[in-house]
Design a protein around this ligand. Structure first.
Ligand code: ZN
Ligand code: ZN
Length: 263
């Protein structure tokens, strides 16, 4: 992949091929049109493959053949105007590592981002009302989350590590204050692995859109102090208008810490 300046590529986007965006009219072509309008040089499509869903048949699987076909058509249509990559966001890889590896190795995606949405035996925090959960269970949820995320950083075929603060979005939204420094040592190990393996740390700009204060600055500062330089922005758009959404503010956060070092 070429080098793009950080605000000129959206590395985390969903089209209507994702099970949670199927009704949103966000075809690859429409997403490209929006990306060009927003002044991007490149877009990476990263529709969901939730590995646990694939095995447990919880949701309809990604139609990989049709997805790739429509992405290829959009890529052709936008040649010279926008670079288009066909990737995937793989969730819960460590729940079924063999299935996950098989999917990754047989499909030749341009880019793979790795995520933890739900930990083993637990619900995706998206569906959880944290106002109804006892505080010690919330702490346990975060402990378990970072432990699984750490395991994820040992998976070699992942290019980019997505939304490290994912459950905190929903915990903070419930008005619960969390002191992230309690997890500094596990976060440090996660970041060290990302750096050592030459992988990309994703700053997911959803927090800007949802106006939630997450400890992104604390984590980015740690990443910088550990020598981390590879950062990419992802809007996590599930709607056309959200392509590259929040990038200006997210870049500001990066620049406050990196002082011009990351362009
Ligand atoms: Zn995700
Ligand atoms: Zn996503």
């Amino acid at each position: 992949m070429k080098n793009y300046s950080v605000t000129k590529i959206d590395t985390h986007t969903h089209t209507y091929f994702s099970f949670d965006a199927a009704e949103n009219g966000n075809s690859p072509e429409k997403m490209c049109e929006e990306a060009v309008n927003k002044g991007l040089d490149a877009i990476i499509f990263t529709d969901h493959i939730e590995v646990n869903h694939e095995v447990e048949h919880a949701f309809p699987p990604l139609n990989i053949a049709e997805y790739k076909k429509q992405c290829a058509e959009a890529k052709k249509l936008y040649k010279g105007k926008l670079d288009v990559y066909t990737g995937v966001e793989m969730g819960q890889i460590t729940h079924y590592p063999e299935t996950a590896e098989e999917i990754a190795k047989t499909n030749d995606f341009d880019y793979i981002i790795g995520s933890v949405h739900n930990t083993k035996g637990e619900q995706d925090p998206y569906y959880v009302d944290f106002t109804k959960i006892p505080y010690d269970k919330i702490i346990y949820t975060i402990d378990k989350y970072f432990d699984e995320y750490l395991q994820l950083t040992y998976v070699p075929y992942i290019d980019q590590f997505a939304h490290l603060t994912y459950p905190l979005r929903y915990i903070k939204k419930a008005g619960i204050d969390i002191d992230i420094t309690k997890w500094d040592s596990v976060i440090e190990q996660i970041l060290k692995n990302i750096i050592k393996n030459g992988k990309v740390y994703e700053l997911n700009s959803v927090y800007v859109r949802k106006n939630i204060i997450l400890p992104e600055d604390h984590i980015l500062q740690m990443y910088k102090d550990l020598g981390g330089k590879k950062i990419r922005l992802g809007s996590d758009a599930h709607y056309i208008e959200h392509v590259a959404d929040g990038f200006a503010q997210a870049y500001e956060l990066i620049d406050n810490i990196y002082k011009g070092e990351i362009k």
